[in-house]
Ligand binder design. Structure first.
Ligand code: NDP
Length: 396
C-alpha cells in the first residue's frame, strides 16, 4: 500500500488519477495537485473513490516540499510540464521522495529537449537512496520498453530502430493539439534529428516524409521524421545501435495551419513587446487553442504507435514490429479523455506501480529501457494498452 502525489491536472493528469484510483491495492492514498486547484477538484469528482486535492506552484521548491511533508507520499508523479522537472526533482530530494515523469526537461527560453540536465541528478539521487524514473509515458516510455523487450527476447544486438507514432483519429476542430499546445508546437517545429553511426544528423523541420501503412486495416498516413527524446537515451543505453529515428503522422490540415502560424510569427518562443507588455506569441496562441482535455468527447478513430526494431540473432538479421492500437472513444468512455492523454497516463501509472511494488527498484536516475521490460509489458496488457508483435519489415 502506497501514497502518491500527482502534480499536474491537465489531460494526462486526469488519466493518471483515474488509473491510480482503479488500483487501490497499490495506490492507497492519492493527492492530485496543480496550479489551479479547481481542475484537480473537477477530476476528483469523476473518480470512483475519494482522493485529496491541493494547490501547488511546482516551480516553487519550498511550496512543493511543504506539500510533500504534509501529504507524505512514497512517490511524486510529475505530469505538469517539462519546465517543472528540475524543480520537482529538487523538491523530491529535499523531502526524501521518489520521482517519475513523462517528458524530459525543456528550458523555457530555448526549445531543446535533452536529458543532460536530468542525468546530472544521478549522483544526488543515488546518494540519497532515491529513485527517479524518466519518461514513463508512451513515447518516451512504452516505445523504450518495446525496444528493450525485443532485445531481451528476440535479438543478440539491436542495429536500427524506427519509432512510428500515428494518430488516425480526428477531433473535428480546424486546428488543435492533442497535448499541451505549447510543448507540442515547440517539439514539432524543432529541427529533425536522428542518430546514425555514433553521431547525430539534422534535417529541416518536417522535411523528410514517408508513407506508412498501419496494421489491422487502419489505412495509410504520411509520417515525418522528427527529433524525439527517447532517441538520446536509447543511443546511450543500447550498445551497438547503428541508427535510431522517430516518425510522427500529421494531417495536411495540421501542417498547413502550422506553416501559416509559423510564417506570421505566432510560434515564436521569445517575448515581443505588445502595448508595453512582453508577450510570448506561442503562449498567447496556447490561450486561443482548444484545451487538449476538451477534445475527449470530440475525438474519434484510433492511434497506432509502435517500434520496428532490426538486429542480429545467431548471426542472422531479424526485424520485429511491436505496436499498440488505442481507440479514442473507448478511452473517453473509460476515463473521460482522448487516446493521446490515455496512452501517456496509463504508462505513468504502470511505472509508478512497478516502483511502488518493488518490481522496478534502484537508486539513481533511470530511463525506461534500463529496467526489466517484462513486468511492464504484462501490465500494459492488463491496464488498457494491449500490444502485438509481428516479424518482418513494415517500414523502410
Ligand atoms: P496540460 O497542459 O493539459 O496540463 C498541464 C497541467 O500542469 C495543467 O493542469 C497545469 O496547470 C499544470 N501546471 C503547469 N505549470 C504548473 C506549475 N508551475 N505548477 C503546478 N502545475 C502546473 O498538459 P498535458 O496533460 O497534455 O501534458 C502533461 C505532460 O505530459 C507534459 O509534460 C507533456 O509533455 C507530457 N506528455 C508526454 C507524452 C509521452 O508520451 N511521454 C505524451 C503527451 C504528453 P494549470 O491548469 O493551472 O495551467
Amino acid at each position: 500500500m502506497a501514497r502518491v502525489l500527482i502534480v499536474g491536472a491537465g489531460g494526462v493528469g486526469g488519466v493518471v488519477a483515474h488509473k491510480c484510483a482503479q488500483v487501490p491495492e497499490v495506490f492507497d492514498g492519492i493527492c492530485l495537485a496543480s496550479r489551479t486547484k479547481a481542475r484537480c477538484d473537477a477530476i476528483a469528482a469523476q473518480l470512483p473513490r475519494p482522493i485529496e486535492t491541493a494547490q501547488v506552484n511546482a516551480d516553487n521548491v519550498p511550496e512543493t516540499v511543504a506539500l510533500l511533508r504534509r501529504f507524505r507520499p512514497d512517490l511524486l508523479i510529475n505530469v505538469a510540464l517539462p519546465y517543472q522537472d528540475l524543480h520537482l526533482m529538487d523538491a523530491c530530494l529535499e523531502a526524501g521522495v521518489d520521482y517519475l515523469d513523462t517528458a524530459n526537461y525543456d528550458p523555457p527560453d530555448v526549445a531543446k529537449f535533452e536529458y543532460r540536465w536530468q542525468w546530472a541528478y544521478q549522483e544526488r539521487f543515488r546518494a540519497a537512496g532515491r529513485m527517479a524514473l524518466l519518461g514513463s509515458g508512451f513515447d518516451p516510455g512504452v516505445t523504450s520498453v518495446f525496444c528493450a523487450y525485443i532485445l531481451k527476447h528476440y535479438l543478440d544486438r539491436v542495429e536500427t530502430i524506427d519509432i512510428i507514432d500515428c494518430n488516425a483519429g480526428s477531433h473535428g476542430q480546424p486546428f488543435a493539439t492533442n497535448f499541451n499546445p505549447e510543448i507540442n508546437i515547440r517539439e514539432v517545429t524543432a529541427r529533425g534529428r536522428y542518430y546514425e553511426d555514433g553521431g547525430w544528423r539534422e534535417t529541416d523541420p518536417l522535411s523528410v516524409r514517408r508513407r506508412f501503412r498501419m496494421p489491422e486495416g487502419l489505412g495509410s498516413l504520411n509520417v515525418y521524421l522528427m527529433y524525439h527524446e527517447e532517441l538520446e537515451s536509447l543511443a546511450r543505453h543500447l550498445p551497438g545501435l547503428k541508427r535510431a529515428r522517430f516518425w510522427m503522422s500529421f494531417s495536411d490540415n495540421y501542417l498547413k495551419h502550422l506553416e501559416v502560424l509559423g510564417n506570421v510569427g505566432m510560434t515564436r518562443i521569445d517575448p515581443v513587446i505588445y502595448q508595453g507588455h512582453p508577450v510570448v506569441p506561442l503562449q498567447f496562441l496556447k490561450a486561443l487553442l482548444p484545451d487538449p482535455a476538451s477534445l475527449g468527447p470530440l475525438t474519434k478513430g484510433k492511434t497506432c504507435i509502435g517500434c520496428q526494431v532490426r538486429g542480429r540473432k545467431d548471426g542472422r538479421t531479424r526485424v520485429y514490429y511491436v505496436y499498440n492500437i488505442c481507440d479514442h472513444e473507448e478511452c473517453y468512455r473509460e476515463v473521460r479523455s482522448q487516446a493521446i492523454s490515455y496512452t501517456t497516463g496509463v504508462p505513468a501509472m504502470i511505472g509508478a506501480k512497478l516502483m511502488l511494488t518493488g518490481q522496478w527498484r534502484g537508486c539513481g536516475v533511470f530511463n525506461m529501457e534500463q529496467l526489466d521490460p517484462d513486468p511492464f509489458m504484462d501490465a500494459l496488457n492488463r491496464h488498457g494498452l494491449p500490444w502485438k508483435l509481428t516479424e518482418g519489415a513494415v517500414f523502410r
